[in-house]
Write a new protein. Sequence first.
Length: 197
Amino acid sequence: MLFTRDMLAKIAAGRVDLAFRSWRRPGVRCGTRLRTEAGVVEIGEVTAVTEAEVSERDALRAGFADRAALLADLRPGDDRRLYRIGVRLGGEDPRVRLREDTDLSAQELEEIVAALRGIDARSRRGPWTRNVLELVRDHPGERAAELAALAGRETVRFKADVRVLRERGLTESLAVGYRLSPRGRLVLEALRKGGAE
């Protein structure tokens, strides 16, 4: 379930506490926690509704100017159902604190490096984590498509690689492209000192 930056800002400010989606089947359920750039968005009640049950007040609570604007924003399709979804900001994304954390013992750093080498060892295409970290370091803010081309990867697959690293607090997304986090710089240096394996 995706939100625009503007909508995330409204959720974070408490001005939006509802969302509406037209899905073939529910994409989230009550209790789902979504990590976003604004923080963790918690999903409340998820209820199938008809368009007739959507009120003007619902539209305002969902961040739209009126009911007509909300309905016009939904994906069309006879095979889809409309869902009313409670949303609220549940706190900071834990990856934010993680990527700033560079106060690592030698053992902690060694464990992170070992985990990355384990990812590389299980990869069908061979080692890639260090290469992606170096690309992000050398090209901060570069579009994913350009980085993917440099890596010889399809854009979608390259983005998946970056997500693996972001989950470990090593990269962060920018409005366009990525950059290494302080933790990522530290880990990359440890990878380089250890040499290629």
